[in-house]
Design a protein. Structure first.
Length: 492
């Protein structure tokens, strides 16, 4: 343990904007948006690529903004900023591909004479509400495709982590975006509610409980939304897995960002023939981790603090509940004395499915590991949750891994890795069940920020269409004969 000092990046450093102030930011963004849309894909690409280059050249400026609020290790913050750079690059270059007019061929005899086309137009001003855990990926990251599509954006970051969003306000100005196009509404829940009321579309990332409140609010104004919510991701380790890789992955994806990632490995199911071997490897690797403050320097620590005393309390309560019900702490288990923000990386065995650490989202550095008879049992237990965000499978047999993946109720499944879905921007990432509605990334991840328009254009036409008036009976009698011939035959 090193470099631990009490700290709480609490609210109050930035103004808590009220409804009127939020409305003013949205109005300003709305005024700037038409000129931004008029730049077209080429013009917007140039601005976004300039932003990408500034971020890539001056990475530590953005890493510093993340570390200032979260005090996470340099490498955790760097991974976020890398994703920001990659996202600016990706959406700058690919927005046009996803949003160009789409011609659709019809197989319907009713519209064969028509040209069918789908077009995408920016909705106006997008509201983005994000959590505190990865302010680049889940807050500014969701603004990037919205901007690339030609919208204005107002972001309400968590009151605990406003710095990165504000730094990106300066970034967008430096890159040449119109003043006010992208703005940050600092504040707590009430600021978020005001934003929902004022925007044309809402992208929300946060807990399932808050997501439900957000949906209720959005429905009052019929504001469309997508929700990226909580998870309780299982990891399945098959007996044939590369156990060294699986153990290293469990430690990295369980304890990375101090376990405060929506797709962290939250619970592990291991085939019983390799359970003890796997646990020994995980415990050994966990013992080598350094925990503390990284002070914005690379290479100092692996595991950082919890974001707040309240979050530390939740995690400790899950550990205590497991122990009270008979689980064994194999390593870790404690709140660090000098500050209540650090939870030691904790490996638990002897856990059961009914314990809080298995049933609820812990969102902390804990790895409860349970032996299973076989993969059938692992799949059943993995799916036994109201969540369905991500899941992870480790096996040397890739085809088997993919077959297991198809049976897991999760929006994304990684085989022999985890978190990669965050960086695969071409494919959607969203939750099943109570982990969300809609998705980020892929075609869906940018088309949702647009109003879709279907255009049906008569290519050649008659003076009067047969189904138009007058109804003299000829068409009705003809259709009565023709429709059974075309559609009347049922498959045997
Ligand atoms: P919360 O749900 O507490 O907060 C999320 C955001 O909503 C914050 O900006 C918060 O503001 C704001 N908010 C709170 N109340 C309201 C309201 N009534 N109306 C509008 N906005 C409101 O989540 P956390 O910040 O605690 O983040 C952790 C959660 O986020 C975990 O459950 C995690 O799984 C989930 N998450 C999901 C991801 C995904 O992609 N599916 C990715 C990352 C995290 P404030 O913080 O200022 O109170």
């Amino acid at each position: 343990m090193s470099q631990i000092a009490p700290h709480f990046a609490g609210p109050g450093r930035h103004p808590d904007l009220d409804a009127e102030q939020v409305r003013a930011l949205v109005d300003r963004s709305r005024a700037a948006q038409p000129a931004w849309a008029a730049l077209g894909f080429d013009g917007r690409r140039r601005v976004l690529l300039r932003a990408r280059s500034i971020m890539a050249r001056d990475m530590d400026r953005f890493i510093g903004a993340v570390v200032r609020d979260t005090r996470k290790p340099y490498e955790d913050a760097q991974l976020e900023v890398l994703s920001g750079v990659a996202s600016l690059d990706f959406w700058a270059k690919r927005a046009e591909h996803y949003l160009k007019d789409q011609r659709v061929r019809t197989r319907s005899p009713f519209v064969f004479r028509y040209k069918l086309e789908i077009g995408f137009a920016p909705r106006g001003v997008i509201g983005v509400i994000g959590p505190w855990n990865v302010p680049m990926i889940n807050s500014f990251g969701d603004c990037i495709p919205a901007l690339a599509a030609g919208n204005g954006v107002v972001l309400k970051p968590s009151e605990l982590t406003p710095s990165l969003g504000l730094e990106c306000e300066a970034l967008m100005r430096e890159a040449g975006a119109p003043d006010g196009l992208y703005a940050v509404a600092t504040g707590a829940g009430a600021t978020g509610e005001a934003l929902i009321d004022a925007v044309d579309f809402l992208q929300f990332t946060g807990s399932t409980a808050t997501g439900k409140r957000v949906a209720e609010r959005a429905i009052q104004t019929l504001t469309p939304y997508t929700l990226e919510l909580g998870g309780n991701d299982p990891m399945i380790v098959c007996a044939d897995a590369d156990l060294d890789r699986a153990a290293s992955a469990a430690v990295f994806y369980g304890f990375g960002n101090a376990g405060q990632i929506c797709v962290s490995v939250e619970r592990v199911y291991v085939e019983e023939s390799v359970h003890d071997q796997f646990v020994a490897k995980v415990v050994e690797r966990t013992g080598r981790l350094r925990q503390g403050l990284g002070h914005g320097e690379p290479g100092r620590v692996e595991v950082g603090p919890m974001i707040s005393p309240a979050q530390a309390d939740v995690v400790k309560a899950h550990i205590d509940d497991a122990v009270a019900q008979g689980a064994t702490v194999r390593t870790g288990g404690g709140l660090v004395e000098t500050s209540d923000r650090f939870i030691e990386p904790t490996v638990l065995t002897g856990v059961t499915q009914s314990m809080r650490c298995m049933r609820e989202e812990t969102f902390g550095p804990t790895l409860p590991i349970m032996p299973v008879r076989d993969i059938e049992e692992a799949i059943t237990l993995a799916n036994d949750t109201p969540y369905g965000l991500g899941a992870v499978v480790f096996t040397r047999d890739r085809a088997r891994g993919e077959a297991i993946a198809k049976r897991l109720q999760a929006g994304t499944v990684n085989v022999n890795d985890a978190w990669m879905s965050y960086f695969a921007l071409e494919v959607p990432m969203g939750g099943h069940k109570q982990s969300g509605i809609g998705a980020r990334h892929g075609a869906e991840g940018i088309q949702k920020y647009c109003d879709k328009q279907t255009r049906v254009v008569a290519r050649f036409h008659l003076g009067n269409e047969p189904v138009w008036y007058p109804h003299d009976g000829r068409v009705g009698r003809l259709l009565r004969r023709v429709i059974p011939l075309v559609y009347g035959r049922a498959p045997r």
